[in-house]
Ligand binder design. Structure first.
Ligand SMILES: [Zn+2]
Ligand SMILES: [Zn+2]
Length: 182
């Protein structure tokens, strides 16, 4: 919440509505399955003055996960994101792992920035910092919008996420500001 208020101009405030959804019992998720669930559940959409974002906290992992590569979250539509909660929990909060809160906040803020159009997916670049090898991401090491904060080898979790929540670096912030953010 603090992050959203810090980066978005929403003078009438930002509200988040949470709803309990029964376990789907589908096993691992493909993005198509996540879209289907959204189609069945989503009741609110953005209007002129309100940004409505659908966030699905999946109780299972992404079906494309392999041992050496896991996906923690995905922004899959312009106002929809999924957090692969099982994967996040599996690789955080333990010995030599970053805290659950840090991993969750990092992934959530990263996906939310995709919805705000970073990097170069709706919010125009003000300088050249898009990662050539990973479209939609930033090439500055350690930036919140690094591709490696989203999908990586779980053994690298601690070095990728680190001991605090990653921050947007200056070039990403300038992009947002040029597009009406803060
Ligand atoms: Zn990303
Ligand atoms: Zn950046």
């Amino acid at each position: 919440m603090h992050f959203l208020n810090a980066r978005l101009h929403k003078p009438s405030g930002i509200s988040i509505i949470e709803r309990e959804v029964p376990a789907q019992g589908l096993g691992t998720y493909s993005i198509e399955e996540v879209r289907d669930i959204e189609n069945n559940l989503r009741t609110q959409f953005s209007t002129d003055n309100t940004l409505d974002v659908f966030v699905f906290f999946a109780e299972e992992s992404n079906e494309s996960d392999a041992g050496s590569r896991v996906v923690l979250g995905t922004a899959y539509r312009n106002t929809s994101l999924v957090m692969f909660q099982k994967t996040i929990e599996e690789f955080s909060g333990g010995l030599n792992e970053p805290s659950r809160e840090n991993v969750e906040s990092t992934v959530y803020q990263h996906e939310f920035c995709h919805i705000m159009g970073l990097v170069n997916i709706g919010t125009a670049l003000q300088s050249s910092h898009e990662d050539d090898a990973n479209n939609g991401h930033c090439d500055v090491d350690g930036c919140l919008m690094s591709a490696q904060l989203e999908a990586f080898n779980p053994l690298d979790m601690l070095s990728v996420v680190g001991s605090s929540v990653a921050q947007l670096e200056a070039q990403c912030i300038l992009d947002l500001q040029a597009n009406g953010g803060k």
